[in-house]
Design a protein. Sequence first.
Length: 418
Amino acid sequence: MADVKELRCVIGGCRYDVDEVSYTCPEHGEVATLDILYDYPALRAQLDRDAISASHTANCWRYKPLMPIACESKAPPLAVGWTPLYDTPRIAKNLGIRRVWVKDEGANPTGSLKDRASSLVLARALEKGFKTVSTASTGNAAAALAGLGASLPEVEIVIFVPASAPPAKIAQLLVYGAEVLLVEGSYDEAFDLCMETCAAQGWYSRNTGVNPFTTEGKKTVALEIAEQLNWKAPDVVAVSVGDGSIISGVHKGFSDLRQLGWIDRMPRLLGVQAEGSAVLAKACAGGVAAQDIVRQDASTIADSIASELPRDRAKALRAIRRSGGRFITVADAAIQAAIPEFAQLSGVFAEPAAAAAFAGLKRAVKTGIIHQDESVCIISTGNGLKDVARARDSVTGGIRVAPTRAAVESALQSRRLA
Ligand SMILES: *Cc1c(COP(=O)(O)O)cnc(C)c1O
Ligand SMILES: [Zn+2]
C-alpha cells in the first residue's frame, strides 16, 4: 500500500493523521473536505508504471499501491473498474474535433462510477472493524454500497434515499438486501439525516465528498484513462457534476500521476452541470468561494446530478481552476436528446446524468471552449438501464404489427416510403 502521509484540509491546509479524522476538517467545518496525500518522492522511488501495466488484476485494485489501504487488506470481491475506454471516431466527426474516447462506467457491477468509491470505503470499513456502513444518495452511490456490501458477509448497509429516486435504483437497493429508508424529502435532506444517524449510531458514513475515501476511490477512473492511453492524458476530460466528487476524484487521479511523473500534463476538466442544478457553475462564473456557496433549489431530469449544496464544492472548484478547465451548463431538453444521440454514435447507453457529459461537450465545442485539434475523453458515468422511463421519453418509433409476414412487409414498405 501507499503509506498515507497526511489528510489535508482543502480550505485551510490543516494537516491530520489518517486515523485522526474520519470526515471533514474539525477546524473549518463541513465545506472543508480532506485530501488523502502520500509521500510522493518515496512512491516515485518504489513504484514503476510498467509494473502496473503488466498487472493481471483487471479491476481497480491494480492500483492498490496508490490507494490508502494496506496490501493485505480485504476488499469487496466484485470486480469494480478497469472499464472499457472506447475510441469513438463517429462522435469526433460529429462534433468536429480530432479525437474522442468514451470511458464506459456503466459497465461497473452496479452500473455506475460510484462503485469505485464504495469499494474503497468498504475496504476501509473492514480495516477499521465497522459493522454498519451507511450513505445518502440520489440512487447510484446507494446501489453501489448496497451491491458491494452484499458481496461481503461482514457488514450491514443502511441507505437513505429520496423516495422520488428512479424505481430501478430503488429496486437495486432492495434486491441487494440493504436496509432502505425512503426519505420523503430531497437528497440534501437525506444527506443530513444520514450524517446525523451515523454519528448517533456509530456507523461508518460513505457520504459523498465528506468521506475522503470516496474521492480516493473515484480517482481510479483517471488512473485507468491515463494507463489505457499508454500513460498519456487527453487534452480534455468531460464529466457531469452534481456534488462535485467525481470531478474531484478525476483531478486527484491525474494529479497523483503528475506527482509521480507518470504523465506529463494535466488534462483540462470540463464540468457539465444541468441548468436547473448549477450551483458550482454559477459560483465559478461569479468568483464565489466554496465557503460562501449557499444552498439553492435543484431541479433536473438528470437525478444523479441534482444537488442543492454540492458536498465536494471546495475540491470541485479547485479541480476546475487548477486544471485550467471550465464549467458548462446544459438544459434538460439537451440532456434528453443526448441519450439516443450518444447511444447511436457510440453504442453506449447512458443514464441522463451521463449523457449530460456528451451534451455539455457538444455545447463546449460550439462555444469554442474546445478546439477542433483537441482530444477529449467523455466519462459516461452511469448505465442507461438505471432510468428506463427517461430513456423511453427520449425516443419515438417502434412499429406495431400483427403477427403475420404480410403485416411485416407492409410495415417495412410504409417505412421505406416515409
Ligand atoms: C453521482 C453521479 C454523477 C455526479 O457525480 P458528483 O460526484 O455528484 O458530481 C454523475 N453521473 C452519475 C451517473 C452519477 O451517479
Ligand atoms: Zn481546516
